[in-house]
Design a binder for this molecule. Sequence first.
Ligand code: ADP
Length: 243
Amino acid sequence: METKPMYLIKGGKRLDGRKLEEWRDIEIKTGVIPNADGSCQVNFGKTKVIASVYGPRELHPKHMVMSDKALVRARYDMLSFSVEDRKRPGPGRREIEISKVTAEALRDVVLVEKFPRAVIDVFVTVIQADASTRITGLNAASVALADAGIPMKGLVTGVTFGKIYDEKGKGYMAVDVYKPEDQWGNADVAYARSIATNEVVLLQMDGDVTKEEFFQGKEMADKAIEYTYQQQLKALKAKYEGD
Ligand code: ADP
């Protein structure tokens, strides 16, 4: 068990050497699960997540069928070895909640009316967790949907931001929090948007921030989102250039 550090910012830098507005290395690759209709791996630093998409396909159970649109279902899970102490397999309350918010965020952009009666299944699997897994998973899921050729209003792109403190105990907003900051920081916010529709599709917060701090963090996160979005597009283009 790691011990709580006295502070998370020292000499103006975070404990992993990043500036407050700096995100981790972001890698995005499509087609990582060839048997799926679409797939994508996204790494935000040491957080690594794979999303695979199956569908549109026939929906079971039948009572869930909607005559005018498709159902977008999402299942989020963490592999046992994805965290330091082995995670008990299977979904708990946390996984059920993240699956729900993931599906809701994706339903905002998928053109569900194009596929009445069908289901589009999205599986988000965390291979290695170093915080911000729901957002990393959502970034992967939206690229996997595009990789599957599913029509959407646009991609979904997100970044986590939080509040961390320095040697003097003063709090600062920081973008793309990693595990020590998630665990010992004052607050963290999971935030995802659709750049195409200019809508916020996921917003969840733990902890306390002032209104000013929230908008300061959001402004930093918007810059990181713009960069992440470009990386998502690059990954999708690379697929077609590589074919
Ligand atoms: P998110 O991963 O979206 O930030 P949480 O805030 O719930 O969601 O989790 C923060 C981090 O805590 C995770 O990314 C992971 O690193 C760690 N974590 C979550 N669940 C577990 C668990 N069961 N065992 C160990 N670490 C966990």
